[in-house]
Design a protein around this ligand. Sequence first.
Ligand SMILES: Nc1ccn([C@@H]2O[C@H](COP(=O)(O)OP(=O)(O)OP(=O)(O)O)[C@@H](O)[C@H]2O)c(=O)n1
Ligand SMILES: [Mg+2]
Length: 401
Amino acid sequence: MKEPFIHPLFIIHTLQQAGHEAYFVGGAVRDMILQRKVGDVDIATSARPDDVMSLFPKTIHVGIEHGTVVVLHEGEQYEVTTFRSEGEYADFRRPTSVQFISSLVEDLKRRDFTINAMAMNEKGEIIDPFNGREDLRNQLIRTVGNPEERFHEDALRMMRAVRFVSQLAFSISDKTKRAISEHGNLLKHVSVERITIEFEKLLLGKRPSLALALIADTKLYEHLPGLDIGEEAFRRLCKYDWMMLEDISECWTLLLYLLGVDLDPFLRKWKLANRQIKSVKLQLGGLEDVLKNGWSKETMYKLGEESSLRVNRILQLVRSTNYLHTTLLVSRYRELPIHSMKELAITGQDVMTWLNRKGGPWLSALLQTIEMKVLNGEIKNSKASIKEWIQSCKQILEERY
Ligand SMILES: Nc1ccn([C@@H]2O[C@H](COP(=O)(O)OP(=O)(O)OP(=O)(O)O)[C@@H](O)[C@H]2O)c(=O)n1
Ligand SMILES: [Mg+2]
């Protein structure tokens, strides 16, 4: 057994010593077999939530009604979930009832895809009743059993399917694909926040354009916020090499640029955080500036180094002639006389003293003028030079500001 399974092995052993069954399950087992970086290590057990809580000193009951207890062990958190079969799914997102059961295989049977329905015991042996390993070898996303049932249980699984296509660069079984084509409308029962999480993972995956093409084939885009734009328009998105992008804000910026829609209403539909919307807005503005006028000092300054690099990657992806080699862009950025107002050699207080005036809106307007003149090299960034400039045009300044 290798990391990251060694520490939580203690949890498995503790449960077993108390007479219960316990296994590693889900994404961690899949990623270990694929030799991918393993995310959260989840455990499934025959022990009931109460038993789990009594066996470990530090637990958090996150979703006891669904059988999940978080166990804190050596500074890490592990979800320990009681084997369960799920009852009726009246609302297409969560079961109206959960039945705790004693069979691992029954628990695996309620999971979404064969590659996610494997378990690993304490000896590192894989329990794989639905041939997940074979599908991993064949690089195939296939639901456990009937896809229609699985998607009616939780419609988000359709988005998970396309997200895994992107993250793993797998294909999808015909039957699973057909079920997505037929049941896309079930996505309306799923919260936007959950859809956004999957869509962002897709955009940051290994083969986003493969997954976007699958969304086009299945017409799933008709059920995604703001993306019911017709097949031809949606297919245009698949032509780009999204893989070149490194950060999710770059992906949203590119998407908005390609769609040419209003930024705020679109991103609000996806319920992005204000902070995220702000950085996409900044980048989209920068991108449009550079596409039109090339890289100016002002644009670099406004964007800052990190966002300049992001915009530059988008320029490369859309094959803009204004793309600059990264090292060149970085050196041009670093050569700017200032990188923020803080680096200006004077303060507002200096200006008030020199002009013998009280603060007010005039002051920030004047400081902005000075900021731009220093940035563009018209005034040297030193106290003396700025003072000299202010004094040389004192009269005009007093009229204008
Ligand atoms: N709608 C869902 C979500 C999850 N699962 C099951 O719960 C496991 C854990 O879910 P989650 O951590 O959300 O996904 P992972 O498959 O682990 O993917 P990731 O690596 O992104 O966490 C999955 O592997 C799958 O067995 C499911 O059947 N249906
Ligand atoms: Mg996981």
